[in-house]
Design a protein around this ligand. Sequence first.
Ligand code: HEC
Ligand code: HEC
Length: 349
Amino acid sequence: MKRIFVGLSLIAATCAFVQPAMAADDLLARAKESFKAIPTTVPEIADNKVTSDKVELGKMLFMDPRLSASHLISCNTCHNVGMGGDDNLETSIGHGWAKGPRNAPTAFNAVFNIAQFWDGRAADLKAQAKGPVQAGVEMNNKPERVVETLKSMPDYVAMFAKAFPNDKDPVSFDNMARAIEAFEATLITPNSKFDQFLMGDKSALNKVEAEGLDLFMEKGCVACHAGTNFGGEGYYPFGVVEKPGSEILPEGDKGRFAVTETADDSYVFRAAPLRNIELTAPYFHSGKVWDLKQAVSIMGTSQLGEKLSEKEVESITAFLRTLTGDQPKIEYPILPKSSATTPKPLEMK
Ligand code: HEC
Ligand code: HEC
């Protein structure tokens, strides 16, 4: 806590009790300038009112492997709600054991990101949800077949009608995505130790964690990882100062370049959200780093041009662990039963 202690060392000499209290006040005041706590109530979504009927339907769709061509893969396969909202694999495995090109980011708190995916190519969660259902390396299905599947199950038809009461044709690919988005809005993790600190409980962080928070702000991590989600708000080159080796930053994946096709966006990625980061190893879009400390150290050299000392890396990592919030408690839904007209699973070739 360089800045705080240098500034206060004179006062501290005369009044030994004042220093920790003032340091904590100062740290809290600075933290409040950059970060926001995860709300304890479900956030609103523009143009998609979150209702309990939509959330209930969205939960089923999120868990239902019959959205995939094989009837084997659901959103929850790769965004496991019991595992921090991801799959803890280097890169995801989808249809026919196909290995996707990127690590799965968590679906928890994704509602707070300005755009979805490592390169931000989907504007919001409903746009996002249509991607994996169709992606060859994920669920490999077709919108028409998904709709046919859902319409073949009377329980789904009834639930879509309830969730979208003003629609003439409620069972649609669009409404599937809307219901999933509403469910995902409930996947938030409030009440982390850090959030308790931010709301004024100065004893919520221990000394090392508080030092880590101070370093996170002083060293400049906060320039890219701020807001509610500690990231997910802007795009930066992975390697602002020094590009990591190709074992961590594979040459073939140029990130946002594929979205904007401007040369400046080569190897530019969305600053990763850091909430619940201790639960979502391995790290980076390549998923090549399993140790959070190593990820922090790489960020020091690649983004700040600074070799962080082992002690600094440890405090920052200890601080990042305070970003783990209450995990959503999801009761696994009983899914509608298939009928004679439900399309049969396709073979995985
Ligand atoms: C085979 C594994 C797999 C399946 C199945 C899958 N996803 Fe993903 N998901 C990923 C990967 C990998 C990414 C990152 C892809 C990228 O950035 O290019 C991702 C990204 C996301 C994101 C963006 C999060 C962020 O921070 O940007 C959300 C939200 C999400 N998926 C939700 C879903 C939903 C909803 C479904 C079901 C309709 C689903 N996923 C199915 C692997 C999967
Ligand atoms: C200039 C912007 C910038 C700065 C500064 C920065 N980061 Fe990052 N951070 C990023 C980007 C972009 C990514 C995504 C990299 C990728 O493509 O995998 C990232 C990823 C991460 C990850 C991996 C997250 C995951 O889910 O895989 C961690 C951990 C992290 N940063 C921590 C830090 C820490 C700690 C600092 C300060 C020492 C820091 N960052 C400084 C932009 C930045």
